[in-house]
Design a binder for this molecule. Structure first.
Ligand SMILES: [Mn+2]
Length: 301
């Protein structure tokens, strides 16, 4: 059996893509099953409800010696601790070629598109897999979520095309669906500081520095204004507990397309200096395409 799953602290693209990829692998004759390596967000739950599908089960078993197929990441630090002992048979991704190493040969499908779901659309075409209505809902939603409704600079012309190709199969009104999706995406009501810090966090290593980079997508900064001190204290704790050099949290207003950055850790001063202490980034929605290259530049300069 092949275990198909995305990165820790899973977002909608990684959970939807695991399900879409498992069907594609089934179509190709493999016994593949989708899993989620963590709790689903409200947005992800909204998407599965809209598709009329159950969330895939939680991945909570040892992976030593097991066959795994990864979606939406290829960084060792973003996988389960025992991933190095698993047999990675393939991956589908739309990020940089990361730190992951495999023990044997594997198939790797990577394209610089707006979502892993977009790459999977192309793979469905290549292998003649049938895109059913529920799967089209997952694919469309993952694409719209990862590209923040096609507004993120990660959006490519092909992604725009894909929305108009997939929407009729998904049988949804794109404008309304996008609006509902973004409401679910930015709904932080009732989440405590720890849950906010863990909601969407990824680990990286740049220039010998170990980082965590979290992101909260907001409809308005007032959602976190009263929590900034607690979030900052939480980041200091993350650094202390996990031996990181720096912990970063992006507070991203998806309407004004501004990102406010909270930073903690021994290397945080390098970031403040690089920005002359003004930690507000204009026109900044994307961790992958905007924040990570900036962080990488500061730490490898
Ligand atoms: Mn993605």
């Amino acid at each position: 059996m092949i275990h198909v799953f995305g990165h820790q602290s899973p977002d909608s693209d990684s959970i939807c893509s695991a399900v879409i990829a498992a069907h594609w692998l089934n179509h190709r004759g493999f016994d593949a099953h989708a899993f989620r390596p963590g709790e689903a967000s409200r947005e992800t739950q909204f998407i599965f409800d809209a598709a009329g599908l159950e969330l895939p089960p939680l991945l909570d078993k040892p992976l030593k010696g097991e066959k795994v197929y990864l979606v939406d990441y290829c960084e060792q630090e973003q996988g389960p601790e025992d991933l190095p002992e698993a047999k990675i048979v393939g991956l589908v991704d739309h990020h940089r070629l990361g730190t992951l190493q495999s023990t044997g040969p594997l198939e790797a499908w990577m394209m610089p598109l707006g979502s892993t779901a977009s790459v999977l659309h192309e793979l469905y075409q290549i292998h003649g897999a049938e895109l059913t209505q529920p799967l089209a809902v997952l694919m469309l939603a993952a694409l719209l979520s990862d590209t923040v409704g096609l507004k993120s600079p990660t959006t490519t012309p092909r992604d725009v095309e894909l929305v108009s190709l997939i929407a009729p199969i998904a049988a949804v009104d794109v404008e309304q669906f996008t609006a509902d999706l973004l409401v679910a995406k930015t709904d932080l009501n009732g989440l405590n500081v720890t849950e906010l810090l863990n909601k969407d966090v990824k680990s990286f290593e740049f220039g010998g520095k170990a980082l965590t980079v979290g992101q909260l997508e907001l409809a308005d900064f007032s959602q976190t204004d009263d929590l900034v001190d607690e979030l900052q204290a939480g980041l200091e704790q993350v650094v202390a507990d996990n031996g990181k050099d720096v912990a970063v949290l992006m507070l991203t207003n998806i309407r004004s397309e501004q990102t406010r950055l909270l930073v903690a850790g021994s290397a945080a001063a390098m970031l403040r200096d690089a920005k002359d202490g003004d930690m507000v980034f204009e026109n900044c929605l994307s961790r992958k395409k905007q924040m990570l290259p900036w962080l990488n530049g500061v730490f490898t300069a």
